[in-house]
Write a protein that binds this ligand. Structure first.
Ligand code: S3P
Length: 433
């Protein structure tokens, strides 16, 4: 699939974006090992979360998806999962594979985790090291998938100082910690998304947080319940971008998750001059939510504060496009982790922006983007959903048509992306490859 984008910026509207990916994965996984039933609304019906749902079904969990965004999970309890009859396919999802590896380390049976070509190239040693320190045994191909997780081992609690700021690694250790004797704890070098901690607490688990240390005593039962998944701020970020760089749009995005461990994109865009306001703030299933209003803005280049990187980790493709539309120069530093996401996102964005006529300098862990005007052209997504969507939004303000190649992966996180942007007045069509 390809996106064909004609120039024409978005217009005034009120929209909602699909459910939060991180929270949807966790609701299915934690609901599965809970006691009782978990009712999930606002579930992200994207390929990544469907891979998690299929994996839990393959381990004997009874799940029903009564409509696209409503899922019921009949929990089997901490020790109720059954051996899967074949390898569990995590598709494109790093979150699914890394969290599942933690969960599976504590099971009585062996299991294998596989993924697509992109996931098979991604680093897994970062979870293997702490999980093996807990007594797990995980085979890999030089630290990459497939992962062969041995069952029937007894796990022991550890304290782990995360060498990289990663919510996936933190969560993998905490999930294994549920099966370990003693209190498992982690410290993080920078704050990362805390959805696992919040959902464990909401399901009645004693989990303590403070001073950058998160601790969970093993052996606790989780209690299933209701999870209302908010809109995904990482998907809303494409709307924020499109409205900011538009001629005159005034857009409201309803009921978006605004957990402070995720809102770096709002802070960074605001410091570039974006007009973004939060209204109707409230809580849903232990997570902060709000309506976000964003208006067309004159953006200016900045030095992006490296302390915000872990709070905006998935939004740098969006921020690169914002930087290209800003007056002056934007400097990104401390973003080396972007090189091991679904694609090398620094390289992929630099290539895409250059193709559209923007001057970008690249370093190993950063980039300098010089504001300019987008010409038209054909750009590659490198099979990465967020690269595809960011470059499509660039196309809405380009001087001529932009074609984005290889856009199938958008279905992993943002079903209905092109329809939503058409409803905002953009001219984005999908075409077969
Ligand atoms: C996620 C954590 C982040 C993020 C990913 C989702 C999660 O990955 O990039 O999209 O749900 O825990 P890292 O832990 O690798 O930073």
């Amino acid at each position: 699939m390809q996106f064909l984008v004609q120039p024409g910026s978005v217009q005034d509207a009120a929209v909602a974006v699909p459910g939060d990916k991180s929270i949807s994965h966790r609701a299915v996984m934690l609901g599965s090992i809970a006691t009782g039933t978990t009712h999930i609304s606002g579930f992200l019906n994207g390929e990544d979360c469907l891979a998690t749902l299929a994996a839990m079904s393959a381990m004997g969990v009874d799940t029903e998806q009564s409509d696209a965004t409503t899922v019921t999970v009949h929990g089997v309890g901490l020790h109720g999962l059954k051996p899967p009859s074949s390898a569990l396919d995590m598709g494109n999802s790093g979150t699914a594979m890394r969290l599942m590896a933690g969960l599976l380390s504590g099971q009585a049976f062996d299991s294998t985790l596989v993924g697509d070509e992109s996931l098979t190239g991604r680093p897994m040693q970062r979870i293997i090291t702490p999980l093996e320190a807990m007594g797990a045994s995980i085979g890999s191909r030089g630290g990459r998938p497939p992962l062969e997780v041995k069952g029937g081992l007894s796990l022991r609690a550890i304290h782990y100082d995360l060498p990289v700021a990663s919510a996936q690694v933190k969560s993998a250790v905490l999930l294994a910690g549920l099966y370990a004797g003693g209190i498992t704890s982690v410290s993080e070098p920078a704050v990362t998304r805390d959805h696992t901690e919040r959902m464990l607490a909401a399901m009645g688990v004693d989990v303590s947080t403070g001073n950058g240390r998160i601790a969970v005593p093993g052996g606790q039962e989780l209690q299933g319940g209701t999870v209302e998944v908010p809109g995904d701020l990482s998907s809303a970020a494409f709307v924020l971008l499109a409205a900011c760089i538009s001629d005159s749009a005034d857009v409201v995005i309803n009921k978006v998750g605004v957990n402070p461990t995720r809102t770096g994109v709002i802070d960074i865009l605001r410091s570039m001059g974006a007009r973004i306001e939060l209204d109707n703030a409230g809580m849903r299933s232990g997570e902060p939510v709000a309506d976000i209003r964003v208006r067309a803005s004159q953006l200016r280049g900045i030095d992006v504060d490296p302390s915000l990187v872990s709070l905006a980790i998935d939004e740098f493709p969006v921020l690169f496009v914002a930087a290209a539309c800003a007056d002056g120069v934007t400097r990104f530093s401390g973003i080396g982790e972007l090189r091991v996401k679904e694609s090398d996102r620094i390289g992929a964005m630099a290539a895409g922006l250059r193709e559209l006529g923007i001057h970008v300098e690249e370093t190993q862990d950063g980039a300098v983007v010089h504001g300019g005007r987008f010409g038209g052209g054909t750009v590659r997504s490198f099979g990465d959903h967020r690269i595809a969507m960011s470059l499509a939004i660039a196309g809405t303000v380009a001087e001529s048509a932009v074609t984005v190649l290889d856009t199938d992966a958008v279905a992993t996180s943002f079903p209905g992306f092109t329809a939503l942007f058409r409803s905002l007045g953009a001219t984005i069509e999908e075409a077969g490859s």
